[in-house]
Design a protein around this ligand. Structure first.
Ligand code: MG
Length: 165
């Protein structure tokens, strides 16, 4: 469940670092990673990061949210996507890996939840970067409950400077 890195935001992740890791594919979470959960508009800085990353990596969105929401989020950036992913179960992470033709060890998962994004990534032997949620106050009720536990671990790991970006 421990991520390889902890980042303040998606945009703060250097693409050169992913390259050094030997990454070829990126699995992106949507809610609170690239979009505030209650919004449909991706910030320009986030969009720029994704467009830049697209030049170098295969990118796919894997989200537990509905097809409708995910389609809307992925279309402007023309990203492949898998909705209703039931993270942290491994099935759709591995399906995403097949879809982008990149083996799991060369994939980095980026998301804002330890118990879905990071846990699932690690179960599939993928790299994982945890990003601070964009809008944690608007989480679903079950996510809110998990956030407390998540914060415990994040605070603990935050003392480890090698984890920080
Ligand atoms: Mg999320």
């Amino acid at each position: 469940m421990k991520p390889d890195k902890i980042a303040e935001s998606l945009e703060s992740i250097p693409l050169s670092m992913l390259e050094t890791w030997g990454i070829e594919g990126i699995i992106l979470d949507v809610d609170n990673t690239i979009l505030p959960r209650t919004s449909d508009t991706i910030a320009q800085s986030v969009e720029n990061w994704i467009l830049e990353a697209k030049k170098q990596f295969q990118i796919i969105i894997v989200s537990n949210n509905s097809r409708k929401k995910i389609k809307r989020a992925s279309q402007p950036l023309q990203l492949a996507y898998i909705p209703w992913a039931l993270k942290p179960i491994r099935y759709y992470f591995l399906k995403a890996s097949r879809r982008i033709h990149v083996e799991p060890s060369k994939i980095c998962v980026i998301g804002d939840q330890l118990f879905t994004d990071v846990k699932g990534a690690k179960a599939c032997k993928m790299k994982a970067i945890w990003v601070q949620p964009l809008e944690p106050g608007k989480d679903m009720i079950w996510t809110k409950k998990r956030r407390k536990k998540e914060q415990f671990w994040i605070q603990k790991w935050s003392c480890d400077f090698s984890l920080k970006i």
